[in-house]
Design a protein. Structure first.
Length: 208
């Protein structure tokens, strides 16, 4: 992620803004034919979620873009091992931002000379970068799953795969799927709430 926090040069910020605008323009949401949740679609979603319920060890490689004053874009490698995670983003400028931790601890590297430590990864990103990334929910949304504790509204395509998930004030659009996987896994995931946006263009999945 280019994530510009703590990089004070005005030229770097201008380049960051240009790169971010280009990334979002290239990934602008496309029209996807969708229909409201039918009993069949919800049953298919329940089946997908049941099939993926035990998959707590996985890796994805993706392009990521995040909006905000200190947002940016880059190459993402996200590894999840149960509650432990490593979320590493390399920007076009060669700098790497890495967020790692587990259920009770988050460590952010690549912002200051010393790692920043907190208990909540979403709060840590907000405080250190001014960027809103719904990290815990995104762990579920990236797989095309609902966060179990929160009410959700969904729409589906003709294959009964989600096209949109609205939860906790966020709208998550699913624009493409790896439908050769069983069960299918998302390829393009665009989440937004107001001015906050997180976009993933996933290149590969590995589920252990």
């Amino acid at each position: 992620m280019i994530f510009a926090a703590r990089f004070p040069m005005r030229a770097a910020r201008l380049l960051l803004g240009a790169a971010l605008l280009a990334m979002f323009a290239a990934c602008a949401p496309m029209k996807v034919k969708q229909h409201a949740a039918t009993p069949e679609a919800l049953a298919a979603q329940d089946a997908r979620e049941a099939a993926l319920a035990g998959k707590s060890h996985w890796t994805l490689e993706a392009r990521i873009a995040v909006s905000g004053a200190n947002g940016g874009s880059g190459d993402l490698s996200w590894r999840q091992d149960g509650d432990a995670y490593s979320f590493s983003v390399r920007g076009a400028n060669g700098k790497t931002l890495r967020l790692s931790g587990d259920a009770g601890r988050a460590v952010l590297e690549g912002v200051d000379a010393q790692p920043d430590v907190g208990s909540d990864p979403q709060a840590l990103l907000r405080e250190r970068l001014g960027t809103e990334v719904p990290f815990a929910a995104l762990r579920r949304w990236a797989l095309g799953l609902r966060v179990a504790a929160d009410p959700a509204q969904m729409q589906f395509d003709e294959r009964n795969l989600p096209t949109q998930l609205v939860q906790d004030g966020w709208t998550v659009d699913y624009l493409d799927w790896f439908d050769d996987r069983s069960p299918p896994l998302p390829k393009k995931v665009f989440a937004g709430r107001g001015k906050d946006k997180v976009k993933l263009v996933i290149q590969s999945w590995s589920l252990d």
